[in-house]
Design a protein around this ligand. Structure first.
Ligand code: DOR
Ligand code: ZN
Length: 345
């Protein structure tokens, strides 16, 4: 039997939601992960230090007894965000990043930013404090093809934004293109990029060939195969720029399996099995720890977890539930499309 012991991984981009969904999905992350950057796109969003404190308490209450898990909170950047409140939340150790959603880019992003001049003061205060900006990097212009929205965002928004705010630390969230990989590689230590589990495994054919697969639909949408291969190369390289952010984003099945389905792939349950499979396929199992457990904390200027996990490769496929049941309804678990043999023991 093959086995691999690595530092306990962290998830640098996670949606836990609220209420019954929060209670249902939290144990799926606390099993394998030590920490997670928690996305603030609730309705209404987590905008202030007080909002983040209250949300953190609700998350802590949903963590199973005995689990070793720390939620790292973020604030949702709006055009009305107060720099003083953001810096107070950061200084208190409560908030580890601020999330930028271009208005209308994705689920619950209506309160996001339209006019970047309105957030200049916040971004400058963040640059001074070293507080990272996590960026959903897609333009929202109706005339830009959805498969081009990431590459256009880099040129039209991200690069100008970074140049006009020297010192701003940025995480390009869930990159999906070779342009994203290349831009991240070109910048240096003040810019990191997260990569999801599912974007290492699916391309756009998985969503559309042979019938439409709503459980593979997410934003940014999966791109062509050459982009998936670029993401694989980046993730398995060991380069400290790239780290795991699952973007695990639960929606109940009736909201996915419908004429206008929600965007989001739920992968918390089996991410480590999927990643071990991917890294083994790329002959890079020795780089899994860097991607899942070391590069993220280094970017966020935190120590890696002291605890470890062990993955073992077994002959029989690992059984994962097709769905998890939450108080809100069933949530389908990401299906990589092949049997998984690596298991966290
Ligand atoms: O697929 C996605 N789902 N992409 C996002 O950016 C948001 C997320 C969600 O909150 O459901
Ligand atoms: Zn997300």
């Amino acid at each position: 039997m093959k086995s691999l012991t690595i530092r306990r991984p962290d998830d640098w981009h996670l949606h836990l939601r609220d209420g019954d969904m929060l209670k249902g999905v939290t144990p799926e992350s606390t099993r394998d992960f030590g920490r997670a950057i928690i996305m603030p796109n609730l309705v209404p969003p987590v905008v202030t230090k007080a909002n983040a404190e209250a949300y953190r308490d609700r998350i802590l209450a949903a963590i199973p007894e005995g689990a070793d898990f720390e939620p790292l909170m973020t604030l949702y950047l709006t055009e009305a965000t107060d720099p003083v409140d953001v810096i107070a939340a950061s200084k208190a150790g409560l908030v580890k990043a601020v999330k930028l959603y271009p208005a209308g880019a994705t689920t619950n992003s209506a309160s996001g930013v339209r006019d970047f001049d309105k957030v200049r003061g916040v971004l400058e205060a963040m640059a001074e404090a070293g507080l990272p900006l996590c960026v959903h990097g897609e333009v929202t212009d109706a005339d830009i093809d959805i498969f081009d929205r990431e590459a256009v965002f880099i040129d039209r928004v991200l690069d100008p934004l970074r140049r006009s705010t020297p010192g701003l630390r940025v995480v390009m969230e869930h990159i999906t293109t070779e342009e994203g990989v290349a831009y991240a590689a070109s910048v240096g230590p003040d810019l990191g990029a997260t990569i999801t589990t599912h974007h290492l495994i699916i391309n756009r054919n998985h969503i559309l060939v042979g019938g439409i697969r709503p459980h593979y639909y997410c934003l940014p949408v999966a791109k062509r195969e050459k982009h998936r291969l670029a993401l694989r190369k980046a993730a398995t390289s060991g380069d400290p720029t790239y780290f795991l952010g699952t973007d695990s984003a639960p929606h109940v099945d009736p909201l996915k399996e419908t004429a206008c389905g929600c965007a989001g792939v739920f992968s918390s349950t089996n991410t480590m099995s999927c990643l071990a499979h991917v890294f083994e396929e790329n002959a890079a199992l020795d780089k899994l720890e860097a991607f899942a457990s070391l590069n993220g904390p280094a970017f966020y200027r935190l120590a890696p977890n002291d605890a470890t996990i062990t993955l073992e490769k077994q002959t029989d496929p690992v059984e994962y539930p097709a769905k998890i049941e939450t108080g809100d309804g069933p949530v389908t678990v990401f299906d990589p499309g092949y049997p998984l043999h690596w298991r966290v023991v």
